[in-house]
Design a protein around this ligand. Structure first.
Ligand SMILES: NC(=O)c1ccc[n+]([C@@H]2O[C@H](COP(=O)([O-])OP(=O)(O)OC[C@H]3O[C@@H](n4cnc5c(N)ncnc54)[C@H](OP(=O)(O)O)[C@@H]3O)[C@@H](O)[C@H]2O)c1
Length: 365
């Protein structure tokens, strides 16, 4: 082990725990991916949260060890203290007699917030918080605070601002499609509007070679307008539909294929109600994939954290439908990042937030 001063050594292992937390970062929803490092005089052992959120990094690291009273534990996020699908990490820390923990970030999940520190201190275990929040727990923490998912939106447009071509179903390049699949991979859920469902009959899966990822699909479809061909689309089976349809025969018919959620559409804050429902079902990062009507409603409700506009280099002119450029311009936002691909340019915006990050955060009542 290199000779470093204690403080540098602590920072080194804390940084290592953050790096480890990036390994399964997008595959542990609804849990965050945590990195953990166990250090004693003779060796260093590492771990991170398993795919689908199990096992937890700390539990995996400690479960087969004897007494660890001479070891230090470093984690990217404070250990959990509740038993759910996974055993409590705090319990095993106490059992193995660890005396000191360094962590990068507090956990804002209600089941952990403030409780972990209390239990550890009661058991004479010191936990030191370094306030260096890793990316892997960023989405988890803001979503836990506001109790709605972190919202990412994406829309493709022609050079003259149209979101639909009269004849072509897909108009962006292969690389832009890859970008779309990457965004799906980085989310645990996708939301679309009724018209995108019926016009496109989409698969909405993440088609990245070597990766299989289940992403929950949500659809806004107030009157349960569903084209019969949709019921043959295996990819949409068990998608959730938000509706307020009173037609019992429709409900009975579509209940077999979809999971129907009845909400009150006459309320003003419908987008917020939808996101609250999504969060309660255990989803923490949602990708809104359109169309423009759906996207507009979430932008107008100031519920969007990130907006990606995929701008194609071609003009649609008389073949263009559903022009969006006027609305986007009216937002008066500037891109934070511009990525140039062959035929497309991807513009990343951080529009008006409900919550931007941990510092600028407006509570939703
Ligand atoms: N360029 C792109 O990136 C892109 C992406 C996706 C889709 N598209 C294309 O865009 C077209 C559809 O776009 P669109 O804008 O017309 O429709 P859309 O956004 O797919 O669906 C709009 C409909 O969904 C329901 N809805 C959505 N948000 C709602 C809200 N907040 N409150 C209440 N109801 C809500 C309403 O259904 P009701 O009217 O039934 O109440 C609304 O009319 C498709 O043809 C598709 O091919 C393009």
């Amino acid at each position: 082990m290199p000779k470093l001063k204690n403080k540098n050594l602590n920072n080194y292992f804390l940084n290592l725990s953050n790096k480890l937390s990036e390994i399964n970062q997008f595959e542990t929803f609804p849990n965050p991916c945590v990195g953990a490092v166990l250090v004693n005089k003779y060796d260093v052992k590492t771990s991170c949260t398993g795919k689908k959120g199990s096992p937890h990094a700390e539990y995996q690291l400690l479960k087969n060890k004897g007494k660890l009273n001479k070891s230090l534990l470093y984690t990217s996020l404070e250990p959990c203290c509740h038993k759910a699908k996974n055993p409590s990490c705090v319990d095993i820390i106490i059992k193995k007699k660890i005396k000191k923990i360094y962590t990068n970030s507090r956990d804002f999940d209600e089941r952990v917030k403030g409780k972990t520190q209390k239990i550890l201190n009661k058991n004479k275990i010191k936990i030191i918080y370094k306030k260096n929040e890793p990316n892997s727990s960023f989405v988890h923490n803001i979503s836990s605070r506001v109790k709605i998912p972190y919202v990412v939106t994406k829309i493709a447009m022609s050079k003259d601002g149209f979101t639909k071509h009269k004849k072509k179903k897909i108009f962006t390049s292969v690389n832009a499609l890859k970008f779309a699949h990457l965004q799906r991979y980085k989310s645990d859920s996708i939301l679309i509007g009724q018209k995108t469902l019926n016009d496109d009959n989409p698969k909405l899966n993440s088609r990245i070679n070597g990766i299989e990822k289940k992403i929950k699909i949500f659809i806004i479809n107030r009157h349960l307008k569903i084209n019969p061909k949709i019921l043959k689309n295996f990819y949409l089976k068990n998608a959730y539909i938000f509706h307020d349809c009173k037609d019992i025969s429709k409900i009975k018919k579509f209940n077999k294929f979809f999971k129907l959620i009845n909400i009150n559409f006459s309320k003003k804050d419908i987008c917020l109600t939808i996101l609250r429902n999504v969060y309660q079902l255990g989803y923490k990062k949602i990708l809104i994939e359109g169309g423009i009507y759906t996207l507009k409603s979430f932008l107008n409700a100031q519920l969007v954290n990130e907006l990606y506009i995929v701008k194609n280099k071609h003009f649609f002119k008389k073949h263009g439908l559903l022009k969006a450029s006027k609305f986007i311009n009216s937002l008066k936002i500037m891109p934070d990042e511009i990525i140039s691909l062959e035929d497309d340019t991807i513009l990343k915006y951080k529009p008006k937030y409900v919550y931007r990050d941990n510092t600028k955060y407006r509570q939703i009542k």
